[in-house]
Design a protein around this ligand. Sequence first.
Ligand SMILES: Nc1nc2c(ncn2[C@@H]2O[C@H](COP(=O)(O)OP(=O)(O)O)[C@@H](O)[C@H]2O)c(=O)[nH]1
Ligand SMILES: [Mg+2]
Ligand SMILES: [Zn+2]
Length: 319
Amino acid sequence: MARKLTHQQQRRVKSLQEKRQQVLTTDETLIGQPQNGLLIMRHGRNAVVESADGEIITCHLRQNLQNMVAGDRVIWQTDASGGGVITAVMPRQSVFTKTISGEGKPLAANISCLVIVFAPEPAPTPGLLDKYLLAAELLKLKAILVLNKCDLMAKLPNINEQLNLYQALGYPILQISTVNGYGMAELKTILQHETSVVVGQSGVGKSSLINALLPDSDVRVGEISEVTRFGKHTTSNARLYHLPSGGYIIDSPGVRDIDLGVLTPMQVQQGFIECRDLIGQCKFRDCSHQHEPDCAVRDAVECGKMDNKRYQSFLEFMK
Ligand SMILES: Nc1nc2c(ncn2[C@@H]2O[C@H](COP(=O)(O)OP(=O)(O)O)[C@@H](O)[C@H]2O)c(=O)[nH]1
Ligand SMILES: [Mg+2]
Ligand SMILES: [Zn+2]
């Protein structure tokens, strides 16, 4: 038997009907064919999308597709207003979250490469490069070590030792100077097939490096803000840039800072490539790799397979 609705219930039903109506209207006004796009920047319930033709469109995000970030490959359709609606997101190759352990909201998607910048001044604190490399390994990203300010090399006396250590592990190392341009051509070549994020401690030259790679970045930001009316500095969200020489850089203060979060001992061991194949080789399952007999990690240190400084960092991350 139909029951009479209270005022409040009637209002609720009406508002629900209106909401459904709104969704329907949006659907009905989709006039274009579905097409591929690349998400350049997220802005609240909207996103800047680049079409396959390189056109910039402001797209609306549907309620059920709110989790998108710069770097996402999407399907979108134009609507009657000249903007667009994102109707699907492609599966991600990788996702960069607030912490490397995977907690916190996604910041960027489909990154392939971590550009780890360090410098003679400020010199890297012990374990810092190992932290970035650990992050790259866990996210399955290519890691490129970039020693910036190589015009100041005399200020980092043990630099060759460090360079040799990481080179021996198989990581590419480039020496550059954003001041005199040394090494920049080689860096551009390495980055031209990658979607990169630049990390490194404050003062090593990340902003200088990004500016050198994107000589007209301010102009680009201006163009985007004209199309989208978001304004120039209204967002700190990650933004994807085309590199003029090929490839992409995703940049924002958020992605430049690496926070590992809480890692398991297994994850730490996976992130140190020279002892990854030693997982499960220690006598004790819960080996702390410090004083136990038959420890595969300590054996590796003793026979020179693992560098002692790397071992010290490893123990730090195990804590
Ligand atoms: N000598 C020298 N100084 C540099 C170089 N690259 C950047 N700097 C300087 O280092 C300082 C910090 O650079 P910045 O790009 O702001 O570093 P960020 O904090 O990592 O973004 C600035 O004073 C830059 O001018 C370089 O290749 N050589
Ligand atoms: Mg900076
Ligand atoms: Zn052990």
